[in-house]
Design a protein around this ligand. Structure first.
Ligand SMILES: *Cc1c(COP(=O)(O)O)cnc(C)c1O
Length: 353
């Protein structure tokens, strides 16, 4: 527990004073709606499956997630992708033009983009020693009053490794702002989730997503797990109907098929190992970085050249050469066995040119 953490010192004054929009579906809360006549929201009365507004609180999803993840429903925020989880954190905690956040480079690009949109400065600390946090270098920033959020992406994108959990705990215990642990790739990781710590650390937000292991990138649903107080702030600031009926249904269906999800994760993990073994045979791949995610970062002789050569062969990967500490690296997503074979064949065919 971080005893110096006081959420009231962190929340922006306008958010504290905010009177949230109260939607028709929020004001009338009766789930036994069968016989009711709803003339409160100016909806079209003719049934077509989506003529009614969605549940603004996504109760069914939260109930299912609560059982699966062993957290209370009021410790869950469901967002329009992790993008919304990130953006709302800026809007709740960071005063535009004044406050700052801290990230560890190289990492996920959206922390930066969302900061720029919200006019928030980003302090970027380079990762060291196999892409881990440099706690010595971080130390002075832990006491900066205008640093409101520290983002820790674990497993990290684009490097693939998990961040040492003792280091994450150190940050949680010694930083009086919000720590967002982005666990977009946690289902592929050998390291345990920080979810079990949301009762222990009142400054922790664990961000997860349905976009990767759960196979619903097109659906756009991300989830934040945190203290009841933090989740209540998210609910005040979010657009009232932030997750559509169709998106909620897609997630609910997926949550009913946990076996299928873990089966697919198993296949991807297996394919990751097959892919890594094959990458070891490619002469111009200099380093294969250890990964806890569904992608592999590799260092090659000339990333931009290899990237374009692969495009010509119809294979699109991610060139990460311009990212800090990532010179001449390529990020390869683990595909199906067939896709990975095509990738390896293409990489092999480039060995002589
Ligand atoms: C892919 C990814 C996400 C997912 O974002 P969504 O908006 O939920 O699709 C979040 N964080 C990281 C680090 C990612 O790589």
């Amino acid at each position: 527990m971080n005893t110096n953490f006081n959420i009231n010192n962190l929340v922006r004054a306008n958010i504290k004073a905010l009177k949230p929009y109260s939607s028709a579906r929020d004001e009338y809360k009766n789930s036994a709606s069968g016989a009711m006549v709803f003339l409160d929201a100016n909806e079209n009365p003719f049934e077509n499956g989506v003529n009614r507004y969605p549940d603004p609180q996504q109760k069914e999803i939260k109930q299912k997630l609560s059982a699966i993840k062993k957290v209370e429903t009021n410790q869950i925020f469901v967002g329009n992708g992790s993008d919304e989880v990130i953006d709302l954190a800026y809007r709740i905690f960071c005063e535009p033009g004044k406050d700052k956040v801290l990230t560890f480079s190289p990492t996920y690009g959206m922390y930066d983009v969302s900061a720029n949109i919200n006019n928030i400065e980003v302090i970027k600390q380079p990762l060291i020693n196999d892409f881990q946090i440099n706690l010595n270098q971080l130390q002075p920033y832990l006491d900066f009053e205008d640093v409101k959020i520290i983002f820790i992406c674990s497993p990290n994108n684009p490097t693939g490794n998990s961040i040492n959990s003792e280091d994450i705990e150190y940050v949680l215990e010694n930083f009086n702002g919000i720590v967002i642990v982005d666990e977009a790739y946690i289902d592929f990781s050998a390291q345990a989730s920080f979810l079990k710590n949301i009762n222990k650390y009142n400054n922790l937000i664990v961000s997860q997503t349905f976009s990767k292991a759960w196979g619903l990138a097109g659906v756009r649903v991300g989830v934040a797990y945190a203290s009841e107080e933090i989740v209540a702030l998210y609910n005040r600031v979010k657009p009232p109907y932030n997750v559509s009926t169709l998106n909620q249904e897609a997630v609910l269906n997926r949550l009913d098929d946990l076996e299928e999800v873990s089966h697919i994760i198993g296949i991807i993990l297996l394919e990751r190992e097959v892919l890594i073994s094959a990458l070891k045979t490619i002469s111009y791949i200099e380093t294969i970085y250890p990964t806890d995610a569904n992608f592999v970062l590799v260092k090659v002789d000339d990333a931009t050249k290899r990237y374009h050569q692969l495009i010509e062969k119809g294979i699109v990967i991610r060139n990460r050469t311009t990212q800090p500490l990532c010179e001449n690296t390529l990020r390869l997503t683990v595909g199906t066995a067939t896709e990975n074979k095509k990738l390896i064949e293409a990489l092999k065919s480039l060995e002589k040119n």
